[in-house]
Design a protein around this ligand. Structure first.
Ligand SMILES: O=c1ccn([C@@H]2O[C@H](COP(=O)(O)O)[C@@H](O)[C@H]2O)c(=O)[nH]1
Length: 235
């Protein structure tokens, strides 16, 4: 296992998820649980993954009014997971409310990440659909600064923006980067992708890998390949 590589367990149910981790001998490896799995199974799947020693990033990307996010984070904090997140676009007060909700737990507080811009967003979509007349890079850095100033421990961002985010928010501000693909893989719906090697070179703290591992003919081997790339250029 590698502490910096989170495997996105985007499966439809607990049975398929637990078979996947068992068949590929992934007990103890960091995993990301997203909407598909959590909406189906709820806290049960978190309990089962914790029993197997997995560090957990619960990727639900909360985005609502501050009071709702505050109360939701209080509930999520009781799961004693490692990371949870919100959309940075929810704004300063919502991010503060999320942090306050997490701090109400008596157990270990999950770290709070804010999603800057999704790795499926490109410049064209930003301008034409989201009507943001700034570059993607400026938007991501500004959202990261706002998140940092209002209580987030880090951001979810594309690999390409890590350096600027760290310059603006400091090197200990966490960067969790999805959109990771091996060189030969399809991008699928992702617009801003990078290899594990590129992520490591850009000094990502963590990477998220889903389909490049879960859809591989040999998932165990694919995970080992990710670890190999990551370790090849040790910081
Ligand atoms: O900007 C973001 C934020 C979250 N994700 C999530 O990461 C995984 C990526 O899966 P792949 O199969 O490796 O593309 C997925 O669960 C997303 O919900 C993201 O891709 N981009």
């Amino acid at each position: 296992m590698h502490p910096s590589i989170y495997i996105a367990l985007d499966f439809p149910n607990a049975e398929q998820t637990l078979s996947f981790v068992e068949e590929n001998e992934l007990a103890g490896s960091p995993v990301k649980v997203g909407m598909q799995l959590f909406y189906k199974e709820g806290p049960y799947i978190i309990e089962k993954l914790k029993e197997r020693g997995h560090p957990i990033f619960l990727d639900l990307k909360l985005h609502d009014i501050p009071n709702t996010v505050h109360q939701a984070m209080k509930s999520l904090a009781s799961l004693e997971i490692d990371f949870v997140n919100v959309h940075a676009a929810g704004g300063a007060r919502m991010i503060e409310a999320a942090r306050e909700g997490l701090e109400s737990t008596s157990g270990k507080r999950p770290k709070l990440l804010a999603v800057t811009q999704l790795t499926s967003t490109d410049e064209m979509m930003l301008k034409n659909e989201l009507l943001i007349n700034e570059t993607l890079e400026n938007t991501i850095v500004r959202y990261a600064e706002n998140s940092y100033q209002h209580g987030a421990d880090g951001v979810v961002c594309p690999v390409h923006d890590i350096r600027k985010v760290k310059q603006a928010c400091g090197s200990s501000f966490i960067t969790m980067t999805p959109g990771i693909r091996f060189k030969q893989d399809e991008a699928n719906d992702q617009k801003r992708i990078a290899t594990p090697t590129e992520a490591r070179n850009e000094k990502a703290d963590y990477i998220v890998m889903g389909r490049s591992i879960t859809n591989a003919a040999d998932s165990k081997q694919a995970y080992q390949q990710a670890i190999k790339e990551w370790n090849a250029n040790e910081k």
